[in-house]
Ligand binder design. Structure first.
Ligand SMILES: [Zn+2]
Length: 222
């Protein structure tokens, strides 16, 4: 594994402030990367130290009776997270039709079937992009197939789940994490032998150069 998240991304992940979609892609990498697991533990330890050094605040005089009174109040039902589905076991038949084993980070999400979007390219929308929240996508790229060249208006994280691809910034193999921002343009090409399945999150629309990808963009939610 040669491509890891930036320190900024790892810190935001450890602090719990990274957007959900970006966080899932980061978690897919961390689950496979011992070095980043160690880095996240360091970030969490630093966060814990920072919490421990916070100045205390005096409680209101009636804080204790109010807390005790609330113990007798019936609990409201737990809110359901609006953008997450419950954990779903994927049957062996469904797994073999997907062509890969989803990483643990994807276990809370219901994964649909692959949809053909262009020659050599299939897509599963995991989470739609909503407001400023990142969309989360699975892409399956056939051997030797190129994705349309595009730039970014926000952040894009991609973790390779099977196979590999190459773009202007290097070659990305299983577990590698590609991090792109507004300065980057690229045209990933799946390697000829195996193709590639990757998990991608973007928090702003991509800027495609070609007309056809621009026409497809609303359908895909990229
Ligand atoms: Zn790593």
């Amino acid at each position: 594994m040669t491509h890891h998240p930036s320190e900024v991304t790892l810190l935001a992940y450890a602090a719990g402030s990274l957007d959900e979609g970006l966080s899932v892609v980061t978690a897919a990498h961390i689950g496979a990367c011992r070095a980043c697991q160690d880095a996240v533990r360091v970030c969490e330890a630093i966060g814990g130290q920072l919490l421990a050094t916070l100045q205390g605040t005096d409680l209101a005089a009636d804080a204790l009776p109010r807390a005790l009174a609330r113990l007798d109040t019936p609990m409201p039902p737990a809110p359901v997270a609006p953008r997450q589905n419950i954990h779903r076991q994927i049957s062996p038949a469904a797994l073999s039709s997907m062509g890969f084993t989803p990483p643990h980070a994807l276990s809370p999400y219901r994964l649909g079937k692959w949809r053909w979007v262009a020659p050599g390219i299939h897509h599963i929308l995991v989470l739609p992009r909503q407001g400023g929240h990142a969309g989360l996508h699975l892409l399956r790229i056939a051997p030797g197939t190129a994705l349309p060249e595009h730039g970014h208006q926000g952040n894009e994280l991609a973790c390779i789940l099977t196979g590999s691809y190459t773009d202007e910034t290097g070659r990305y193999g299983v577990g590698d994490l590609a991090e792109m921002d507004t300065d980057d343009e690229h045209k990933p090409i799946a390697d000829a032998s195996e193709g590639c399945i990757c998990l991608i999150a973007t928090d702003a629309p991509l800027r495609f150069r070609g007309l056809l990808p621009r026409l497809l963009q609303p359908v895909l939610g990229f």
